[in-house]
Design a protein around this ligand. Structure first.
Ligand SMILES: [Zn+2]
Length: 389
């Protein structure tokens, strides 16, 4: 019993579920066995299939059990109020509540996430996390066939849009009736705070623009990262880069990822301190890490935003032929930055990871990317999470 539905809503909730099953009669059983959520949902989904409410396939079952779970949940405004009340006491209390809620609601499917394989491996750069993600459901042939015939809807525009909250989903878009978004203010505009349903690490959160607007690494992006870290100092927040290959899987919607987890990169030390002209007050150094990372640290995050903006401008135009770094080829830009912001003690810290997405005939997926002999392990973009180790 997670306490998700209060006792006073028992009859109301029962009636919503009866309606979902096209059932207008009910007699409460003498004894209700205590079972794990996965088993309860399985029993009810089997019943829905027997009643021919849904075809018996994973995609339709996922749409239907999400609808079921929403019958048990508070409305978005209640969740927002609960979050806000706790936030007044402490940001951590608020995120603890919301992270647990996001699992109890089955938005994060605990029983799937627990199938992921995770371990740490010792390297000269520290203990790197290795994961094999199994919790994203495999698409089944029935769903693929149905998706081919379905019209591609422009609503919601993508999986990160605000319009997903409460959305029933389609065969080609996950159901989000059980999803709740916490509204937050970033860069003086309306943003959303939520967890990733796939939880790649502890309290893996997503902070996303209220508007469907593309990712862009610029001064505003650095400012937005610190707007969040100031409000949630126990969470780090990073951004994917804004170019293909070195960016994340969604470049079309401005968003960041963070959470309550210390990656190997955050533990990696500065191996060479540097002083940057005009920024002598900022502690800066090259991090001992497989990627090229400049770490900058200051009590005043505005100094970090200024310096990061300067480093970005210089790096965007930087070419070093001997090192096979080209800022542009045929007018196409290759240099960008993957930034990660965090609070350590009473200082702010920003890691600036220098990225280059150049390709050659020999390495058509990227020179600074796993080469073909490693694609059976990793072929997708090397985004923020991979950068952090
Ligand atoms: Zn979007």
């Amino acid at each position: 019993d997670t306490g998700l539905t209060p006792a006073c809503e028992k009859i109301y909730t029962t009636n919503l579920l009866l309606d979902l099953f096209h059932e207008d009669d009910y007699e409460e059983p003498a004894k209700i066995p205590s079972e794990p959520l996965e088993d309860i949902l399985k029993g009810l989904l089997d019943e829905a299939c027997r009643r021919e409410l849904i075809p018996d396939s994973i995609a339709y079952r996922d749409l239907f059990d999400t609808r079921m779970m929403n019958c048990l949940l508070p409305r978005p405004s209640q969740v927002q109020r609960e979050f806000e009340e706790r936030y007044q006491r402490s940001p951590q209390e608020a995120t603890d509540y919301f992270y647990r809620f996001s699992q109890d609601s089955d938005y994060i499917r605990r029983y799937r996430v627990s199938k992921d394989q995770k371990w740490k491996t010792a390297t000269e750069y520290g203990e790197i996390d290795i994961t094999i993600n199994l919790s994203k459901p495999e698409k089944d042939p029935k769903a693929i066939a149905a998706a081919r015939n379905a019209k591609t809807g422009a609503y919601p525009k993508c999986q990160l849009c605000m319009e997903n909250e409460g959305y029933a989903g389609r065969i080609d878009h996950p159901a989000r009736e059980n999803h709740r978004i916490i509204p937050i203010t970033i860069y003086n505009s309306r943003w959303g705070f939520q967890y990733s349903p796939y939880v790649y690490y502890n309290e893996h959160c997503i902070v996303f623009n209220g508007e469907h607007t593309p990712m862009k690494i610029d001064r505003a992006a650095f400012t937005k990262l610190f707007d969040f870290v100031r409000q949630f100092p126990h969470y780090f927040l990073g951004s994917n880069a804004d170019l293909p290959i070195v960016g994340g899987s969604i470049l079309s919607h401005d968003h960041f990822q963070g959470g309550n987890y210390t990656f190997a990169m955050a533990k990696a030390p500065i191996e060479q301190h540097v002083t940057l002209p005009g920024y002598e007050d900022v502690e800066a150094g090259i991090v001992k890490w497989p990627l090229s990372v400049l770490r900058i640290r200051h009590k005043d995050e505005k100094r970090l935003i200024d310096l990061a903006t300067h480093v970005l401008a210089v790096w965007r135009d930087y070419t070093d032929e001997d090192a096979f770094i080209y800022a542009y080829t045929d007018g196409e830009p290759h240099n960008t930055i993957t930034p990660i912001a965090r609070k350590t003690g009473d200082s702010f810290e920003l890691d600036l990871t220098l990225r280059n997405n150049i390709t050659t005939e020999e390495h058509p997926l990227g020179v600074y990317h796993p080469h073909a002999n490693l694609h059976h392990i990793k072929k997708e973009n090397i985004g923020l999470i991979e950068v952090m180790g």
